[in-house]
Design a protein around this ligand. Structure first.
Ligand SMILES: Nc1nc2c(ncn2[C@@H]2O[C@H](COP(=O)(O)OP(=O)(O)OP(=O)(O)O)[C@@H](O)[C@H]2O)c(=O)[nH]1
Ligand SMILES: [Mg+2]
Length: 220
């Protein structure tokens, strides 16, 4: 159960990256089981939030056609101009925080189409329980011999009062999501046994990843 009213949460799909491991293509627009990859994230997120936003830096018209308002990174935020493009996911967080009109923003990437259906409810429950400003997902992953709980920094529920703080962090060349989040009251939220650990947080960084994911059982 989500303890926060859905109307207080904006969901942001991050599709503003370079896609360099995919050969520089616009990752969110790659076809995946019959529709653009970013649309899967949008559809999965919509019922979990009050409203949605898409964050992209290329092909803005194609993203707008997916049916959500599109916000681009503010490249000037780091004091530069066009060469400051693609400053990483935090630039997308900042664009989302600056455009959202709700007390909370939740982010998901465009390349993880099977993220949990109760992602936002569980992040919200931890945020409220711990009195935290940020709740970040963490997933159990196999690491050589043992299982480890690894933060998934682009799955974040954020109190939008942190917008000005993030603007300062990014302006000072801060790039690491976890580095910024750890400066605040942060709740790490484990997603383990009751989810399909193998695929829920599996993200497609290469075209081969995308094909593997498309062929996975339960995909679609
Ligand atoms: N807004 C914005 N989002 C970004 C940026 N860089 C990465 N992201 C997003 O952050 C998420 C995770 O990034 P990656 O998986 O590394 O995606 P990517 O940067 O497009 O891919 P690579 O260039 O291969 O690293 C994805 O949803 C990206 O769209 C950026 O500079 N701006
Ligand atoms: Mg990725």
């Amino acid at each position: 159960m989500n303890p926060l009213p859905l109307a207080h949460i904006t969901g942001l799909v991050l599709a503003g990256g370079r896609g360099s491991r995919m050969g520089g293509v616009d990752k969110g627009l790659q076809p995946f089981n019959g529709m653009p990859l970013a649309q899967h994230s949008l559809q999965r997120l919509r019922p979990q939030v009050g409203q949605v936003l898409l964050n992209a830096n290329r092909n803005l018209d194609a993203y707008a056609a997916l049916g959500a308002p599109v916000v681009a990174d503010a490249h000037g935020a780091r004091g530069g101009a066009a060469d400051e493009a693609f400053a990483g996911p935090l630039a997308g967080f900042l664009a989302g925080l600056q455009h959202c009109r709700t007390p909370y923003l939740v982010t998901v990437p465009c390349d993880t189409p099977h993220f949990p259906l109760d992602l936002v409810a569980r992040l919200a429950a931890a945020l409220v329980r711990d009195g935290a400003d940020i709740a970040m997902a963490a997933a159990s992953e196999q690491d050589d011999a043992s299982r480890v709980l690894r933060p998934q920094p682009v799955f974040c529920l954020i109190d939008t009062r942190l917008a000005a703080d993030l603007a300062r962090f990014v302006a000072q060349d801060g790039r690491r999501v976890y580095g910024w989040a750890a400066q605040h009251a942060l709740a790490l939220v484990p997603f383990t046994a009751d989810h399909d650990e193998a695929t829920a947080f599996f993200n497609a960084n290469t075209l081969a990843d995308l094909q593997r994911l498309q062929a996975a059982p339960g995909s679609g």
